[in-house]
Design a binder for this molecule. Structure first.
Ligand code: NAI
Ligand code: MG
Length: 394
């Protein structure tokens, strides 16, 4: 059989530290692949005026599967100052290469699993009615629409005349007619049937495939009737094809409260771009936060797997490194699931579960320490020690 090729994009900062650790774990689990390195991030912005070089897009186009670490982003003006002097004032504008990847390859389906590992000191706990502490097992998978909604970028301050005139045709606009046009800031929230249906279908298919009992649409259809309403109505139709799976409907605001009360009640959650972003961060916080939060960005032809965390530049230079590689390793597990290597993914997740449950090897975040070189003498494991412990438990 032809060996699979994986495009690795370590990127910046701790992305360069955690990505090779994930590869090390996959190799130890017996997953054999060819890894092709692809350039992305700050270095390429400074040197070439493009943080996402065309050669990287070509590699992803060719191989279809990417493993991504993290990148450093800076505001436009700061970015312009760090550009190679030969390239300055030549019209180069910085944009985030991960956002660029999502747009270029139309990676519309974002999956963010938030599952607690028993024994993780960062897990959500609560008191029951007898005053005893209980630690519910949270096992939620958020499906977030990744390309539309409030993040689609169609927005104006002081909108052009034709936009303003079009808006004035809406009866509710009368409440804003007394406001000078130049004082109006408008961000649009566009949902399309095609992409809304894709994300809802992906959520149901996943629930079926991985044995979840419910799919919750987490929007606000009673207030945001058109867009949230479209998602809920499509979900009602699609749910008929999945008789074993219950369809629930929650409002984003109430959901943020309920996840701190009964998070174990939820299974698969589906939402638009912004609410999906919010609710997935909320659940991630209950199961360990950035050291544990993994994600996938999936399109029709290309899929990219990445931890939710960024490049954490303040930890980049620490030797040995102290950051938690688990978020990156769990992202690699999502990749293995996606390419039909579920058994190896499960073995790796089980190994992580054993390390966490045993509690002997813990990264600094799991010990609730403030990050710095001194955490190693305070009992925290280094990044490679954490990886070694996972490998030893495979
Ligand atoms: P960050 O996620 O890089 O770090 C925030 C804090 O979270 C860190 O200081 C650290 O305390 C903790 N943390 C992050 N990853 C950890 C890990 N694996 N183990 C233990 N602790 C961890 O976010 P920040 O500081 O806001 O941004 C730093 C840079 O990363 C910025 O340039 C930002 O634009 C970029 N960024 C990139 C993302 C991406 O590549 N997808 C996502 C978020 C931020
Ligand atoms: Mg977020």
């Amino acid at each position: 059989m032809k060996r699979r090729t994986i495009v690795t994009m370590p990127g910046d900062g701790i992305g360069r530290i955690v990505l090779p650790e994930a590869v090390r774990v996959m190799e130890a689990a017996g997953f054999s692949a060819e890894y092709v390195h692809a350039d992305i991030g700050w270095e390429f912005w400074c040197r070439e005026g493009n943080p996402l070089p065309v050669r990287t897009l070509n590699l992803l186009q060719e191989h279809g599967i990417g493993l991504f670490g993290a990148i450093t982003s800076k505001p436009k003006s700061e970015a312009a100052k760090e550009l190679n002097p030969d390239l300055q004032d030549k019209g180069f504008v910085y944009y985030s290469p991960i956002v660029g990847l999502r747009q270029h390859f139309d990676l519309d389906i974002c999956i963010r699993p938030c599952k607690s590992f028993q024994g993780n000191p960062l897990n959500f706990i609560r008191k029951n009615r007898n005053g005893n502490v209980e630690e519910p097992i949270v096992d939620v998978v958020v499906f977030r629409q990744n390309t539309e909604g409030l993040y689609c970028g169609i927005e104006w301050t002081d909108p052009p005349e034709n936009v303003y005139n079009a808006l004035k045709t809406h009866p509710k606009m009368k409440n804003f007619l007394s406001v000078p046009k130049c004082e109006l800031a408008i961000s649009t929230r566009i949902f399309t049937k095609h992409y809304t249906e894709r994300i809802v279908r992906a959520a149901f298919a996943y629930a079926k495939n991985f044995g979840y009992r419910s799919v919750t649409v987490c929007e606000k259809p009673n207030v945001i009737r058109e867009t949230s309403g479209m998602m809920l109505n499509l979900a009602k139709e699609i749910s008929r094809e999945y008789p074993g799976i219950e369809l629930w409907n929650t409002n984003i605001d109430a959901q943020m409260m309920w996840l701190t009360k009964n998070p174990e009640d939820y299974g698969v959650i589906v939402a638009g771009n912004m609410f999906g972003d919010i609710v997935s961060d909320g659940f991630a916080g209950l199961v360990g936060g950035l050291g544990f939060a993994c994600s996938a960005n999936i399109g029709e032809k290309v899929a990219i797997f990445e931890p939710t965390h960024g490049s954490a530049p303040k930890y980049e230079k620490l030797e040995p490194s102290i950051v938690n590689p688990i978020a990156m390793i769990l992202s690699a597990c999502m990749m293995l699931d996606h390419i039909g290597e579920k058994e190896k993914a499960t073995r790796i997740r089980n190994a992580i579960a054993r390390v966490v449950a045993e509690g002997k090897v813990r990264a600094y975040d799991m010990l609730k320490l403030k990050g710095g070189p001194e955490v190693l003498s305070q009992g925290a494991a280094s990044t490679p020690q954490m990886t070694d412990a996972i490998i030893a438990n495979l």
